[in-house]
Design a protein around this ligand. Sequence first.
Ligand code: NGO
Length: 539
Amino acid sequence: MNSSLRHLRRALVTAVTVLGLAWGSAAGGAAAGLPATAAAAPATGQPGAALPNTVVPAPVSAVADGTTYRLTASATLSSDVPDIGAYLAGVLRASTGFALPLSTGASGPGTIALQLSGAPAVVGDQGYQLTVTTHGVVLRANRPAGLFAGVQTLLQLLPASVESPTVVPGPWTVPGGTVTDYPRFAYRGAMLDVARHFFTVAQVERYIDELALYKINYLHLHLSDDQGWRIAIAGWPQLARYGGSTEVGGGPGGWYSQADYSAIVAYAASRYLTVVPEIDLPGHTNAALASYPQLNCDGVAPGLYTGTDVGFSSLCVPLQLTYTFIDQVVGEIAALTPGPYLHIGGDEATSTTAADYASFIDRAQQIVAAHGKTVIGWHDIANATLLPSTVAQFWDTSTTDGALATAAAHGTKVIMSPANKAYLDMKYTHRTKLGQDWAGLTDVNTAYGWNPGGYLSGVGATSVLGVEAPLWTETIVTPADLDYMAFPRLPAIAELGWSPWSTHGVSAFDHRLGAQGPRWKALGIGYYHSTQVSWPAGS
Ligand code: NGO
């Protein structure tokens, strides 16, 4: 189905299955006893008052004690996790110009101390407790991922210019108080489509750095599609060499060697993100079919494809070689991927009969399981019989068939990526040059204005593993394009994944989000200046 057909289908269905809460009503929560951070009122500096209303995603709890810590040239750092200490030191030294000597080892005594001890149990594996006094900062977590998340909060409590890559004047103050914080959902993802347009390792690493700022913990890489195959497979070398040689619009494409892919995985891990590789099957496979004639039912390879239609390609379901192929591809990628998930796509297989589709998804799941990975698939796979562990990713907001709700009722976990809210390739307004509009226009308050735990009838919060913001790249070519489409919407989706629903409130969010603008400016992120956001003057 091409994008205009998708649009038509969307127009024809009612929103009966979609309960999407309007942000206006959710914002009413502000009157209903929100934690301090969610209130729009600025900090007063009084004990018990809110910390400054600047942190995205909103923390579970943040209480000011009326004091202020001032980071000076004599400050020291200590960290129980050397890499996290070095990450924080790197940011702080660049902008403050201070030496900030770093000591590592158990519960060191730095003025800013990052400790893997003493955190309350409630923060779990990903949360943290941050305590700021006039004397210094103590960040406590149970696991390194929690320390890394807490470092992001600490940086957001410092002036925005702390993100400057060159030395700038302070003062470097942090409001005193205590933040206790942990995520609502375990899975907070972002997807990058490197198939429609290719992005280099360095460009992906830059995006990873941006995702880490908002406590995103999964990077889903869409590694294959009709227009390109982007990862070298030793047993099938033509996939990358030939299938990776172009992209939408006919450009040169590109592909990752296995060392490149491993470098991305390692870089993501250094930012506490886990890579989820996707090989889209059985549709969206023209690049593979073009690379190997023997994968086609008629033995004839189609040409390479550089357009943007979807739904026309399918692996040959009755062919035994199809499963040998999948086994070898999945085997090589699984061996390079430390994370638990492997995404098999499964979307828009409109050239595959329903019976073939069901039997194909059956076999693909078995293959992935045999290589020790948990399957994720776009929610179309709910039309097949799912393994108990398989995760379905909701995307198509025009779907009305109820298969996903039925699967959820049988225990299937769901990642929420409704296209009309979470797709970063949708245009902000009619005037947005980049992007598509088949799912609707998505300005910031639309991206923010839904509850992942209450959006789909039959898919309640307990069925939701988390959220993901996909960035499809039919129209997205450069890192500047990525930045423009992801900011400021990515932080909105990140907040829906992290923050308790009790903190949800659009006007407070638009203020907190606005406070990020000067940070993006310092980081060189060219973002969309949505009129819905309260940007500080000059940002
Ligand atoms: C759909 C389609 C993709 C497109 C995208 C564009 C899914 C899961 N399949 O989402 O191939 O690139 O829309 O918005």
